[in-house]
Design a binder for this molecule. Sequence first.
Ligand code: ADP
Ligand code: MG
Length: 593
Amino acid sequence: PPPAEKYEYQAEVSRLMDLIVNSLYSNKEVFLRELISNASDALDKLRYLSVTDSQLLKEAADLDIRIQTDKDNGIITITDSGIGMTRQELVDCLGTIAQSGTAKFLKAVKESKDAGTDNNLIGQFGVGFYSAFLVSDKVVVSTKSPKSDKQYVWEGEANASSYTIREETNSENLIPRGTRLTLYLKRDDKGFAHPERIQKLVKNYSQFVSFPIYTWQEKGITKEVEVDDDPVEAKEANQDENIEKKKKTKKVVERYWDWELTNETQPIWLRNPKEVTTEEYNDFYKKTFNEYSEPLASSHFTTEGEVEFRSVLYVPAISPMGKDDITNPKTKNIRLYVKRVFISDDFDGELFPRYLSFVKGVVDSNDLPLNVSREILQESRIVRIMRKRLVRKTFDMILGISMSENKGDYETFWENFGKHLKLGCIEDRENHKRLAPLLRFFSSQSEDEMISLDEYVENMKPEQKDIYYIAADSVSSARNAPFLERLLEKDLEVLYLVDPIDEVAIQSLKSYKEKNFVDISKEDLDIGDKNEEKEKVTKEEFGNTCDWIKKRLGEKVANVNISNRLSSSPCVLVSGKFGWSANMERLMKAQTV
Ligand code: ADP
Ligand code: MG
């Protein structure tokens, strides 16, 4: 056979391995989760391809994962019958970082170092294959792709800058298809090769993997075996010739080794929602999306009739991308299945509007074709219906959080995803009715705690027709605006729009419960206290003064008028009825909208 070829790792890989080994040592056992998840991905890919090419299954019909341990030598082998890798794929996948998840991890580590925060990143990111080196001195990957007629062996050692690839020559190691990983454990980590330890870890980390995982376990069966009669007893028995000789038996336990199914493979979304506990939903969420904290809400539903699909959706408790990046299209938050076959996690944009890109979950449809592509999804009437239902369920979920007894939940939600909903007001006219009740603002009567539009409306004066707002860059500058004086004097509540996007969102809504939103900084604000007689008198008295001021200021202002909207300030600058508000103008200048 040709000799093993030596390859250098891409520079980032060496850096990643360093990081993994040095910063994640306290959580070593995650290596198993990562390797099982790779095996499961490889099985998903094979199952997906076999739908259109059933020949693929012919070498090995069973799709499963088998884990064997040798505790005396500290060796673990993990075998899957998945898609395997060709020689080139071994180089591309295990020698370079092409995967976005891993690249993101590196970036996050760097950022958290720069920021001086030392959060536990392993829980939030999959670090993949290289986590095998957390516990291993040496890792051997023997793999057979259906695309190649040869099986190849990748071999790498901890702290090395290179690896080798050769052809598999040992006939004992040949597999029909898939990948076999052999981990030679470090001296201090040999304990992982205990069958019970592995069984526990599999149960803990991989209970939602949808392929069977078998572990190699020692078993015992009890057998009855005949034993020779006790000589003394036999002698006694012989003395009494009437009693027939009885054969004696005894129970013994016979030990042997066999594969044992270690996980449950029924996907959670196929189960009856009544029988799934909140804890199970939360566990599924954390394990599927590598999340650290519990979700704020979840929703499990089935729709039948016109379009049939099942789904479990979640609202996360934190926004991983940071509060400002609200339109990242590549979130991989929605896992799409067709008839239980995993299709892709790249179709978030087709299934959800981008302002709801923070929602995570799984969607399993019986009506889509298995070879579904982005183009098919975009054209499909079925997807349009699914999208509508998914969006409605999401609003129900968010409304649920807002009504939760635990007030802090909605505050958390709003802090993380309030911006998303405001973007929704701008982009999704059709759902204004569902979005508006979820919005929150500070107001002249509630400067510390945000209120809802419902609370505002309830607090309106009997004669009040409109919802008043003022846009400013902070609560304190809103409070000090001269426009506010007369409204406060009349005890009218004014919403403070202090987030740059607020004003555009409110203007998109136009009204709430048939009450118009009115910007109090615009000219001709009518708060229902016109006194025409008095106005006439003032106009006669100060008309000339106004003309004089207008002349002096010239083009700098459009108009100088007498106003009844101030109580203690001598004058105020307002925007024209059809112009931008001062706040908008500031925003346009800063180009943040
Ligand atoms: P990720 O799983 O995020 O892609 P990993 O580091 O875990 O990153 O794996 C890198 C790549 O190696 C995978 O994307 C896959 O192409 C390949 N790979 C790893 N394990 C297997 C396996 N058991 N079978 C087939 N391919 C695998
Ligand atoms: Mg992986």
